[in-house]
Design a binder for this molecule. Sequence first.
Ligand code: ISE
Length: 324
Amino acid sequence: MSVGIGIIGTGVMGAEHARILRHETPGAHLVGIFDADAARAEAVASGATVFSDPHSLIGSDRIDAIVIASPDATHASLTRACIAAGKPVLCEKPLASSAADALDVVQAEVAFGRRLIQVGYMRRFDPGYREIKRVKDTGGLGEPVLLHNVHRNVRAPEWFTGPMAVTNSFVHEIDASRWLLGSEMISAHVEAGSGGEPLMITMKTDKDEIVSTEVFVNAGYGYHVHVELVGRQGTVSLAPASLTLLNRDGAARHSYPDNWVPRFEEAYRRQMAEWISAVKAGVSVGASAWDGYLASAIAEQIAEALAGNGVARLKYGPRPSLYD
Ligand code: ISE
């Protein structure tokens, strides 16, 4: 059986998900598209039905599962509509634009009684991140003590407002750090450079590990994501993600992409393939709604700390048994 997919939102990520589904994902086919900008939806549709509103797409009996890639503020209500329709959903990060809204989605899924939501924290599917996790999980570093993350964008997207460097960008490192270490974050400290960036965020985990992250969304030179895990017996880090090394004029040059789509191309592909297999098998993979809630709840508290004294004792409720 081929899974019929609907995509809501055809900006950078929605268009990329449509491309991956169409050309690189056996076992699924693109049935329908919705975007608030109908011309943009038409441009991506090429044969798929363009719906005039997201709710008729979610309700269509030709659509088995939904990808949500619309603006952050719409994620929670659309995800709840998918739960109400009993359909699996791959929702782009963040799960919601506030912790309260993300918790509301979690509660809706718990009331439904079965996991339907995967949040698009795609670093969990990146071959380099997976190798770091494998090395750590097989004891190759000894006891982990420190995780260094770097998250640099060429420039902030024009739709970035307020603390989105935390709630839209840094959420990735919250999720990746929890997943890599298998730890929960308990406190945080944040400092901003002059003019508001870069941000330097330090978190402490429930196993006393330190997680440091630089977030610099206007770094200028390229899209650059890095991570190094330090253990008592060694360290493991991502190798340069560049496809080539150019030797010229007395220098060796790796190249950087302009944004996350080429950098995480393989992660997006694997994320889609594993999501489709999980939908078929009725199981779940990747970041759950609970993981999505925690990323948003921690980000919100760090954004508040950024506007205050820089310190946060992180608070969140107990994990429902659905996510054990
Ligand atoms: C963007 O929305 C993403 O998800 C990218 O992966 C991230 O690196 C970027 O900072 C975000 O704005």
